[in-house]
Design a protein around this ligand. Structure first.
Ligand SMILES: Cc1cc2nc3c(=O)[nH]c(=O)nc-3n(C[C@H](O)[C@H](O)[C@H](O)COP(=O)(O)OP(=O)(O)OC[C@H]3O[C@@H](n4cnc5c(N)ncnc54)[C@H](O)[C@@H]3O)c2cc1C
Ligand code: FES
Length: 326
């Protein structure tokens, strides 16, 4: 028997094995969502009557769990529920666009200022909402102790609804809505001599840039090795800044990697996929802390290879930039 969902004065059936998100979308109700796999939290909703299953609250802050918030894409209700979109105070903030700076032909750095202080760690991500039904996740490249505002690196996706809006319409002074910071892909001090390996593709550099700066700022003494991969040189960005950082901090190294097989080797660039270059450079990953961000296929394969090369599962932190379905 289907369970009933009461949402904004209408009742919808939710079939067995169907998520709340699928049920609402199936009935033509527009609710925000993106990854559909429980990681981005754009589909956050609240049960105003009925109890969401524990599995639908995975990754949420305790304060949100206590208020019956849940992720619609992971919620398979066991009972009838009355549900609502998040309250204005459910960790959403108004932010003002400060800067939109070009980093490469398809990446801009969006600077956002929030009136209220945002408690975040470099490398976490926020959800940025174009309107009440459309939000996407973007990682934080800024470091709270160094930067006066939040910084995101946004790659323009062809026909992308949110990235296109950010690239072509947002301008300094505009007001936007963002979520509170989410995720556990960030640097924690406490083992300053441990090797840190950071591998990213495309705008996956954003969280890694923040994490590397954060580790340096917090006095990390072990090697910090950043590998940024792209098909061609045009896809890389912040190259000069990262080379300068490596000169200033001998324990930090930066290797831009070009994966196009037709690439003719050039000084300053490694040839091959970032993951393969990193694994060839470092002799075994036992004892290393690994951060992997960007293309979901790369992240999946890198997690497996890092583990097989000796890294402990607890030392692997990853954010796959999973795209919304068409
Ligand atoms: C945890 C997390 C962190 C993220 N951090 C960042 C970040 O720091 N920077 C960043 O730029 N992005 C990041 N993303 C991705 C981001 O959330 C969006 O998915 C991305 O910006 C595209 O959204 P859009 O609305 O512009 O495109 P959509 O409107 O969702 O996509 C338009 C269409 O294009 C398709 N499509 C999208 N991308 C591609 C592609 N590469 N190739 C082929 N087809 C495609 C989609 O499936 C869809 O059909 C992150 C994602 C996650 C889950
Ligand atoms: S967590 Fe539900 S859509 Fe991403």
């Amino acid at each position: 028997m289907p369970t009933k969902l009461l949402f904004e004065d209408n009742t919808y059936d939710c079939n067995q094995n169907e998520s709340v998100l699928d049920a609402l979308i199936g009935h033509g109700v527009p609710v925000p969502h993106s990854c559909r796999s429980g990681s981005c939290q754009t589909c956050l909703m609240r049960a105003t009557k009925g109890t969401p299953p524990e599995s639908a609250q995975k990754g949420l802050k305790e304060t949100l769990k206590a208020q019956n918030y849940f992720l619609a894409c992971s919620c398979h209700p066991q009972e009838d529920m009355e549900i609502a979109l998040p309250d204005a105070d459910a960790g959403r903030f108004k932010a003002t666009v400060k800067t939109v700076e070009t980093l490469s032909h398809d990446i801009v750095c969006l600077g956002l200022h929030c009136e209220q202080p945002v408690d975040y760690r470099a490398g976490q991500f926020i959800n940025l909402f174009k309107d009440s039904t459309l939000g996407r996740s973007y990682s934080l490249a800024s470091v709270p102790t160094r930067d006066t505002h939040l910084k995101l690196h946004v790659r323009k996706v062809p026909e992308g609804r949110v990235s296109g809006w950010i690239h072509h319409q947002l301008k300094p002074g505009d007001s936007v809505e963002i979520s509170q910071p989410i995720g556990n892909c960030f640097y924690v001090s406490g083992n300053p001599e441990q090797g840190l390996l950071l591998i990213g593709t495309g705008s996956g550099l954003a969280p890694l840039y923040g994490i590397a700066l954060d580790a340096i700022t917090q006095g990390h003494t072990g090697p910090i090795r950043l590998y940024h991969g792209s098909r061609n040189i045009e896809g890389l960005y912040l190259t000069e800044e990262l080379r300068a950082l490596a000169k200033q901090h001998p324990n930090f190294s930066y290797t831009p990697c070009i994966s196009n097989t037709e690439f003719v080797a050039q000084e300053g660039y490694a040839t091959g996929r970032a993951l393969d270059v990193a694994l060839a450079d470092i002799n075994g990953l036992s004892g290393w802390r690994i951060f992997l961000c960007g293309n979901p296929d790369m992240v999946k394969s890198a997690k497996k290879k890092a583990f097989l090369s000796g890294a402990a599962i607890k030392d692997i932190y990853a954010d796959a930039f999973t795209l919304a379905a068409a």
